[in-house]
Ligand binder design. Sequence first.
Ligand code: TYD
Length: 217
Amino acid sequence: MRGTFVVFEGGDGVGKSTQAGLLAAWLAARGREVVRTFEPGDGEVNARIRAILLSPATAGLGPKAEALLFAADRAQHVHELIRPALDRGAVVVCDRYVDSTLAYQGAGRVLDAASVAQINAWATGGLVPDLTVLLDLDPVAALASARRAGEHDRIEAAGTEFHARVRQGFLGLAAAAPERYLVLPAREPVAALHEAIRSRVATLLDERADAPGRLIP
Ligand code: TYD
C-alpha cells in the first residue's frame, strides 16, 4: 500500500509552514501517521546542501548548479525519507517540492523548463504529489512579510521581477493540471485556509481509501 503525498508550494512568506503544520496536526489527531518535512535541507546530507544553496556567501553559484543542487537535495530527500514513509502508508506533508525548482529556477532564473523537469523526474524517480496546495500571493506583499520575520536568504534577495516570474510559474503549473492542485489566495485568514485545505485533503484520503485494489487501513 502506498501513502499519500501532499505538498505546499508558493512564494516566500506566504504562510506555507503554518498551513502545513496545521494540516499535519489535524491528520495526526485523526490517527494517521504523518511525516512533516520540507525542502531544501531536511536530513544530514540535505542540511549541508541547503547551506550552500542559501548562504549569501555563495553569491557566485550559477543557475544550472543551483538547479542541480536543489535536485540533489530532492533526490536524497525522496530516497531517505519520502519514499520509505509512503511505502509504510504514511501521509507525507512537505513544504516545497519539484514545482519550486520549476518556478524559481525554471521561470525565475529562466532555465529551459523541459530540462529542469527532466532532471527532477530522474532525481525523484517520477514521484508526483497526490495534491499540491498552492498559496498564491503578490510577491511584493509576501517578501515584505518574510523580511519582517527576519528571513532574507540568497534567493529572497533576487528582486521583484524574479519573484513575479516565480509566481506566474507556479500558477502556470497549477493551471496545467488543475485536478492535482488546490490554489488558494494566501491573504485569506489562517483558519479559513486551513478549513479549505482540510476539506480537500479529507476528500482525497476518502477517494484513495475507496480506490479499487487498495488496502483500507
Ligand atoms: P524555504 O526553506 O522554503 O524558505 P524559508 O525557510 O526562508 O521560508 O526555501 C528557501 C529558498 O529556496 C526560498 O527562497 C525558495 C528557494 N527554493 C528554490 O529556489 N528552489 C527550490 O527547488 C526550492 C525547494 C526552494
